[in-house]
Design a protein around this ligand. Structure first.
Ligand code: SF4
Ligand code: SF4
Length: 190
């Protein structure tokens, strides 16, 4: 036991649980994607039901299906993941502007979904910009930023795939996936 933890409960860093989940996103996507594939191909679940359920999920989480559940999305991520970091982000930026019917519904619902990427702890934001550096939208559509007040929040854009790389990149736990307006940190601090 460390000195710091003697007599007190060890405090978890803000957002560490969510960041832990994000770090295994690809494993979760592969598992859920394989189940969905089996459901359609082996267990004869109608594809229309999958499309309807995936689209309805957009009301809660926006374009979440693409990066967390879709078997085709997992394969596309592997294919697009080839090459250098800049090229990979360019590919994601272009790919998530198109997609399939589930992606169209989820993308359209990004700005209305119950949960969206937001600065949950404004006082923790240190304006480091790491969230923007992790986001392909902020990189290729410079009118977007996750923390600057004068720019648009990329998580409300159609092409946000809810990868949550921005949340994972935030060093202070200020950024989160939460309910409520997705205002920039400095606006909330006023
Ligand atoms: S979840 Fe964050 S990093 Fe990913 S596309 Fe949306 S705003 Fe950008
Ligand atoms: S939200 Fe997090 S990553 Fe973004 S500028 Fe603030 S502290 Fe940095």
């Amino acid at each position: 036991m460390t000195t710091a933890s003697i007599g007190t409960k060890t405090k978890r860093k803000p957002g560490s649980l969510l960041r832990g989940i994000i770090s295994v996103r690809r494993v979760l996507q592969a598992a859920v994607g394989a189940l969905l594939y089996l459901a359609v191909v082996q267990w004869q679940v109608g594809l229309l039901w999958v499309i309807l359920a995936g689209s309805a999920l957009g009301l809660v989480l926006g374009k979440f299906f693409c990066r967390w559940m879709c078997p085709m999305g997992a394969i596309m991520e592997l294919v697009l993941g080839a090459g250098d970091e800049h090229g990979r982000r360019r590919s994601f930026y272009n790919y998530f502007k198109v997609g399939c019917p589930i992606a169209w519904a989820g993308g359209a619902l990004n700005r209305l979904s119950l949960f969206r990427v937001k600065v949950g702890e404004p006082n923790r934001c240190i304006d480091c910009g790491k969230c923007d550096k992790a986001c392909y939208i902020a990189e290729f559509a410079p009118e977007h930023s996750l923390f600057r007040t004068d720019l648009k929040n990329p998580s409300l854009a159609f092409s946000c795939s809810r990868c949550l790389n921005c949340v994972k990149a935030c060093p202070t736990g200020a950024l989160t996936l939460g309910v409520g307006p997705a205002a920039a940190a400095s606006r909330l601090r006023r």
